[in-house]
Design a protein around this ligand. Structure first.
Ligand SMILES: C[S@@+](CC[C@H](N)C(=O)[O-])C[C@H]1O[C@@H](n2cnc3c(N)ncnc32)[C@H](O)[C@@H]1O
Length: 309
């Protein structure tokens, strides 16, 4: 995909990262850390979950209602065509209202907590793709990171992300190289010498028709011995009734919001060829529609690291 250059570097030149100079550092975290993310849900009182369920259902119903009230040209009515389209261009149109539209539901469903637990554990050289408006920014332990590179193909989304970063860090963090790049994920070729230690993606699988190919490509950018990809995604749920609901509304929802909300996330990761280290669908009130995944390239396993030869 060829994209017109975004005037990011001139606005943000002090933070531009020269990836060629990057050396990779070993992972220092224990793989069990992600488990804490999942354990926390058992301590959350019933009424919080119940309110969140009502809110989530209300949100879905409202989204579907909005989708159905939009007048559609019958010749292009997506309802009559169930194949997935590339609707990611719609983020250019909705960038300004994106945060206000998702903010409320993320607060009440505790999605922000999942973002925090996932993102705060990364260190070394980090790549965040489909970074959007930078909703994960505030959760980075920036001092633990040698570099953080944010990539998104939508200029309006990325502009908001850049402004948020500047607000968080009026002075660029001294020991962490930060870069923002307007790019389609499949076009990313540069990587640190030994690859990225972590790649983060939140809510990205839903908005690309080539999700498995994209995840596979991300696998090639990882450190092949220790790198991990961490995903926070939404997709199919645990129950037929919610999946029927998602299927029925998917095409119109995608046309309006740029995302297909009925994908089987496990199937997509398996198709990518990466090894799934952990996969979970936390918080019962999300009915299994929220997925947390940790995956790695095929070429290594934890035993191999200790092989002496
Ligand atoms: C649902 S938003 C999620 C944004 C952010 N990660 C979050 O959690 O709020 C999806 C984002 O993915 C971006 N995107 C979709 N397809 C992409 C692609 N092929 N390459 C890069 N970015 C893409 C869109 O521009 C949009 O900003």
């Amino acid at each position: 995909m060829v994209l017109a250059p975004l005037n990011v570097n001139s606005d943000f030149s002090a933070l531009e990262l020269n990836l060629r100079k990057i050396e990779s550092i070993p992972l220092s975290n224990s793989p069990t850390r992600i488990h804490r993310l999942l354990r926390i849900q058992s301590r959350i009182p019933f009424w919080v979950g119940a309110s969140a369920t009502v809110y989530t259902l209300g949100f879905y119903a409202f989204s579907v209602y909005l989708s159905h009230t939009k007048p559609l040209d019958p010749s292009t009515d997506p309802q009559s065509d169930t194949s997935e389209k590339d609707v990611s261009g719609c983020y250019n149109e909705i960038a300004n209202k994106f945060d206000s539209e998702v903010g409320g539901v993320e607060t009440t469903t505790l999605l922000w907590l999942l973002r925090r637990r996932l993102v705060s554990q990364v260190d070394g050289h980090v790549l965040e793709v489909s970074a959007g408006t930078g909703r994960n920014h505030k959760y980075y332990n920036v001092k633990a990171c040698k570099s953080i590179t944010f990539v998104d193909q939508s200029a309006p989304m990325l502009e908001i992300a850049i402004q948020k970063w500047k607000d968080l860090w009026p002075q660029p963090p001294p020991d962490t190289a930060i870069a923002f790049k307007r790019q389609a994920t499949l076009d990313i070729k540069e990587k640190p010498k030994n690859g990225y230690d972590y790649i983060i993606q939140s809510m990205g699988v839903c908005s690309t028709p080539v999700a498995a190919e994209t995840i596979a490509h991300l696998g090639t950018l990882l450190n092949q011995k220790t790198g991990r990809i961490l995903l926070l995604e939404h997709g199919r749920g645990r129950y037929n009734w919610i999946n029927n609901f998602l299927d029925r509304s998917a095409a119109r929802h995608a046309e309006r919001f740029g995302c297909y909300h009925n994908k089987d996330i496990r199937e997509i990761i398996e198709e990518s060829g990466l090894v799934i280290e952990r996969i979970d669908r936390p918080y019962w009130w999300n009915m299994g529609t929220v997925w947390v995944v940790e995956a790695r390239p095929k070429g290594w396993n934890k035993f191999k690291q200790w092989t002496m030869n």
